[in-house]
Design a protein around this ligand. Structure first.
Ligand SMILES: [Fe+2]
Ligand SMILES: [Fe+2]
Length: 287
């Protein structure tokens, strides 16, 4: 394995993100849209989905506080100083774009689920909290990767449509902030596993829980969102090579959680979740 990742390195990463990436201001956006109907026809549902997910950051922070009652200082700095302030602006900017396209405002879910509260009660046991931390990092790595991939395609698509203002003053600045989030979760998960702090039974339980609870970004256990995510995956063309997409999204956990399964490019549950989403989308459509 390469050089171990230290807490100090993660801390420096978080500080750098805070300094180099201030939250985006709504006023920085050029709201010119040449052909709102064309943009809405191609990306309306995708923007709706992303706006909702970005706006749900406030619920994600509450869940985090429930799941990690003894949150570390570096984790706290990341979500409080970097992640939440950046994501909420992504949400507000995309939500306004939706409305500029003539679509209704996003309706984010801001209630912490009962399931999450049960996990939170268990997380007061430190052995369980370490498992919850690993799952939190892996979820973060997987969802941030999905965000990066989505914004890449949308940026090119908007440019192709001649919607330069959207591409350059909305999508490009948002896209620049996502890889730093991904790197934080990747480094944190790697450090936790490499440190040897998790006993074999904890890793085993983490695998079982991950397998049973894996969700694509923004799905949160709801079939309605699962179908919508299938629509997003389809609209962005990822359905043309699902293995490749699963590899991109599941690589970190394949390496950290399933290292004993030699040569696993991505965990099977990632591909299964993608297939299920797309099937549901074909059945039910976006709504
Ligand atoms: Fe974001
Ligand atoms: Fe992000």
């Amino acid at each position: 394995m390469s050089e171990p990742i230290t807490t100090q390195r993660i801390l420096e990463h978080v500080q750098r993100l805070g300094e180099q990436h201030p939250p985006l201001a709504l006023a920085s956006v050029d709201r010119e849209v040449h052909d709102p109907a064309a943009v809405a026809a191609r990306y309306g549902h995708v923007i709706d989905y992303l706006a909702r997910v970005e706006l749900e950051v406030d619920r994600n922070v509450l869940e985090l506080l429930v799941l990690l009652p003894d949150v570390s200082e570096v984790d706290r700095m990341f979500y409080a100083d970097v992640w939440q302030p950046q994501e909420i602006q992504h949400g507000l900017i995309l939500d306004r774009l939706q409305q500029d396209l003539g679509r209704p405002a996003a309706t984010p879910e801001l209630e912490v689920s009962a399931k999450m509260k049960v996990m939170g009660a268990l997380a007061h046991f430190s052995a369980i909290q370490d498992i919850a931390r690993l799952l939190y990092y892996l979820t973060g790595a997987s969802t941030e990767r999905q965000a990066v991939l989505a914004y890449n395609i949308i940026h090119d698509g908007m440019t192709g449509l001649g919607e330069t203002a959207i591409a350059e003053t909305i999508i490009a600045p948002i896209r620049r902030q996502e890889p730093g989030h991904f790197a934080f979760y990747r480094m944190s998960a790697t450090q936790l596993v490499q440190s040897g702090a998790l006993r074999p039974w904890q890793l085993y339980l983490a695998r079982v829980l991950r397998e049973r609870t894996y969700n694509l970004v923004g799905v949160n256990g709801h079939d309605r969102y699962r179908a919508q995510m299938g629509g997003v995956v389809t609209a962005l063309g990822f359905d043309a090579d699902l293995d490749r997409y699963a590899r991109e999204v599941g690589r970190i956990e394949a390496q950290l959680l399933w290292a004993h399964e030699r040569g696993m490019a991505f965990p099977p549950y990632v591909l299964a979740a993608l297939r299920e989403s797309i099937d549901l989308y074909r059945e039910r459509g976006f709504d």
